[in-house]
Design a binder for this molecule. Structure first.
Ligand code: PMP
Length: 427
């Protein structure tokens, strides 16, 4: 029909040829054509502030990554069955960011593959089968990881060896959240033992992103980790969300909570948009798997991926982006918290570095989640040039997690847009 816009035509073509699982954000979807730093532009030339993307972690189209990838792609790209310095150079530098006993690395292309391998390694090392995850966790798309991802909903049954434990939420549970979480983890271990599975591991994202962004006080998860070890399991820290300096205080999210993991999985921000992921582990833990079973990942660890990952790590360190995340994150958190003074919808504002949860409630006493209002706020923000999304079991927590190129000077336009969006939805 002649009245159809270019955007509607493109969406129609997309719907005719893509699998039905693809979802678009927003009632009027956004067609992005360019990005730079924390800014994005759509096909009409409209500018947006990206408050959502930790994959383009340094910033969209960061020149250091573009140059490294372009250079390596035009010289050579092969796989890990030939010797190449990129993977060795990168691994040596990467391992320096971990405690000394984490001394081996392997590479894949997605967070799902990293978690899939982590589960296999944990099972091989412990001789147990059970996996414990948080109640709204998302860990990946493979059979093993989707079976350990309650966030996928009731259509995706959990594996019989998986147990879920409600994430510690200090907004709703107060200071007891960490102890309650540890007690529930102990109960899950007892149940796994009773069923003859035993506990192989606790697989946990330490910023609890899909559980609603629950940074909690430092050390909140350490008792649970101790319980898992006492039960004969290992701790797998899923750093796909909090890793690479994002949470400001520590380079790895697990350090904030003193998890001391045996296995760590890496993804999203690792290649600034290139599909690069990894697993690092204690050598003896990994050996229980890799001394006995083959593992080859065609694209994992290839020279172009490693060039991208090297450029990301170097830039994070040289530009002190972890410190930047801590400083600008704190400023943003303070300004966001002030919105609670004038907007009754704001229930709680919490974060670590540039990873902030902004929780909306319809009643501050009962803390009733304001799910519909949160969706409307997202739409109003989009109209005002700010892109983000929601998290948590009720979808009422705005997830604010911009590329680390986000600056103090970007705070005003975000606060103004949010102030207006909240006013529109409240009235
Ligand atoms: N773990 C966590 C915590 C994630 O957020 C995600 C992706 N949202 C994954 C694993 C899976 O990563 P990927 O999509 O790269 O497979």
């Amino acid at each position: 029909d002649g009245d159809e816009t270019d955007l509607q035509r493109l969406i129609g073509r997309r719907q005719r040829v893509l699998g039905g699982a693809y979802r678009l954000f927003y009632r009027e979807p956004v067609h992005l054509v360019r990005g730079e730093g924390a800014r994005l532009w759509d096909a009409e030339g409209r500018e947006y502030i990206d408050m959502y993307n930790n994959v383009a972690s340094l910033g969209h189209c960061h020149p250091a990554v573009v140059a490294a990838v372009t250079e390596q792609m035009s010289r050579l790209n092969t796989h890990t069955r030939y010797v190449h310095e990129t993977i060795v150079d990168y691994t040596e530098r990467l391992l320096e960011t971990f405690p000394a006993h984490i001394d081996r690395a392997m590479y894949m292309c997605t967070g799902s593959e990293a978690n899939d391998l982590a589960i296999r390694v944990a099972r091989q090392y412990t001789g147990h089968r059970g996996i414990i995850v948080t109640a709204e966790a998302y860990h990946g798309t493979s059979d093993l990881t989707s079976g350990a991802s309650p966030a996928l909903g009731s259509g995706q049954p959990l594996a019989p060896e998986v147990r879920t434990v409600a994430a510690p939420d200090t907004y709703r549970e107060g200071d007891a959240a960490g102890a309650r979480f540890a007690a529930d983890v102990r109960a899950a271990i007892a149940d796994l033992d009773e069923h003859g599975y035993g506990v192989a591991g606790l697989l946990v994202d330490s910023i609890l992103s899909s559980d609603g962004v629950l940074p909690g006080p430092r050390g909140m998860l350490s008792d649970a980790a101790a319980a898992v070890r006492a039960g004969g399991g290992v701790v797998i820290a899923d750093e796909v969300q909090p890793g690479f300096g994002r949470t400001g205080e520590t380079f790895w999210g697990f350090d904030r909570h003193r998890l001391d993991p045996e296995i760590v999985t890496l993804g999203k921000p690792m290649g600034n948009g290139m599909p690069v992921s990894g697993l690092v582990a204690r050598g003896d833990v990994l050996a229980a798997f890799s001394d006995h079973l083959p593992y080859f990942n065609t694209f994992g660890g290839n020279p172009v991926s490693m060039a991208a990952a090297s450029a990301v790590l170097r830039t994070l360190q040289e530009e002190r982006l972890m410190q930047h995340s801590a400083r600008v994150g704190e400023e943003l958190l303070e300004r966001l918290s002030m919105l609670a003074l004038t907007h009754p919808l704001v229930g709680d504002v919490r974060g670590a570095g540039l990873f902030i949860g902004f929780e909306l409630v319809s009643d501050r006493d009962t803390k009733e989640p304001a799910t519909v209002a949160a969706l409307r706020v997202l739409e109003e923000l989009r109209r005002r040039g700010v892109l983000t999304s929601v998290a948590g079991p009720h979808g009422n927590v705005l997830k604010l997690r911009p590329p680390l190129a986000f600056q103090s000077s970007d705070i005003d336009p975000v606060i103004d847009a949010l102030d207006e969006a909240l006013s529109v939805v409240e009235h």
